[in-house]
Write a protein that binds this ligand. Sequence first.
Ligand code: BG6
Length: 488
Amino acid sequence: MSTSTTTSAPAGSDLRPHVLVLFGATGDLAARKLFPGLYHLAGQGWLPEDYAIIGSGRHSPGTDEEFRQQVREALEEFGDDLVDDVLDPFLERISFCTSDADDGSDLAQAVADAEDRLAQAAGDEGTDGVRRLIYMSIPPKAMDGMVGMLHDTGLNERARVVVEKPFGTDLDSSRALDATLKKAFEEDQVFRIDHFLGKEAVQNILALRFANGLFEPAWCNAFIESVQIDVPETLSIEGRGSFYEGTGCLRDMISTHLCQLLGFVALEDPQCFDEKSVRDAKSAVFQAMRPLDPTRVVFGQYDGYRDEEDVADDSTVETFVAIEAYIDNDRWEGVPFYLRTGKSLAEGRRVITLRFKTPAGGIFNGDPGSNELAIELTDDPKVTVDVRAKKPGPDMELAEALLRLDMADHDYESEPLEAYERLLLEVLRGDRTLFTRADEVDRLWEVCQPLLDDAPEVKPYAPGSWGPEEALALPKGGWRLGSEHDHG
Ligand code: BG6
């Protein structure tokens, strides 16, 4: 792997001046992730020297000063400790301008004015060197009109556009969304964001596998019995009832985040850590994925979900999904991949477990139990391997032992960037390696379509449990999380 996307270079000062336009700037994502991420990048010197941030949406939050105050409160609640030297110049560059699908003229004017200022500050003759980063944190149904507006106002020019998942709600709507985007943007302007790909630990999967002779040769069906990608969450839907009713767990987590993790675990050696190589390799995995079998999928809903605000009394929306998936290629033929995630579960974890086959024959013919390699996708990635060793004593008996690699024990020069931060930086740099491509999204909808056509019955489960009973027995040998092997 080359290291073309290390986080230390180029510094922000090497980046072109930028106008960032955030649609949905008064929303939850902007408050929790986007503004804190931009603020942190500003503090680290990773934003361009000359930039402006224009929040936009249908409803004005008041004057620019009042909007800045909102941003400040969001930073206080969700961001780093505030430092005046960083905060004041950051807030000064923020303004708000209303826009909607029918009228983007004020916004286009605000962007043009900002570009003039930035070009002047950078000593440029015209504004052609100023880039636009447009972040669409808006519901899928609003996309069509807003993209049309960007096209009509010319705001699509010189722009990179970031689109938030879910990308449509099924194959047809995803293709329609793609067609909409293609009317206004070239594919290389589009950044489909799946923030799991910005997590440091996810990229560590590639390092672990391809930089270690210990693991790569065993990463195939000759040695691996099954793979688990397990992302239980303790949080409930946390006031996002209307979003969740329209989306559900399959679209919110499985067809996006967990399948992207599967793509990273299962890909062939991309040879190079660049946009084309990584995305081609991941896309090949999805092409080889077998469409899901509804009889090997469990949907669940936690007791009490129907009492949440904005949730229908008779809702059958799933808040839990466990699936069995197969990749029909030489490397993975016959290896089941189990993906599980849900709200209001027993623990909040993100763990990938590779369960190895038990060595046949030999002196321990009595089945010593399988080894597991568990990769914990926390901010300080943890990797553990279950091994068997000789139990101390006069007899040749086996005991379970654990190899543990803890990145937090080391002192590295740079701290990991939060996922959104990392991905915002990649958009500014114009690198799409960690973003999903249209053909990946398309194929993943094809893979999930059998569940949309013939959804499994939704089984109830108690909050704080591991989901419906039916899901516990899905993987042969059970799930690692919640078992005695789990040392998390
Ligand atoms: C979001 C989903 O994309 O990811 C949420 O909409 C989910 O439902 C969240 O809770 C999980 O992300 P993270 O980074 O907190 O693990």
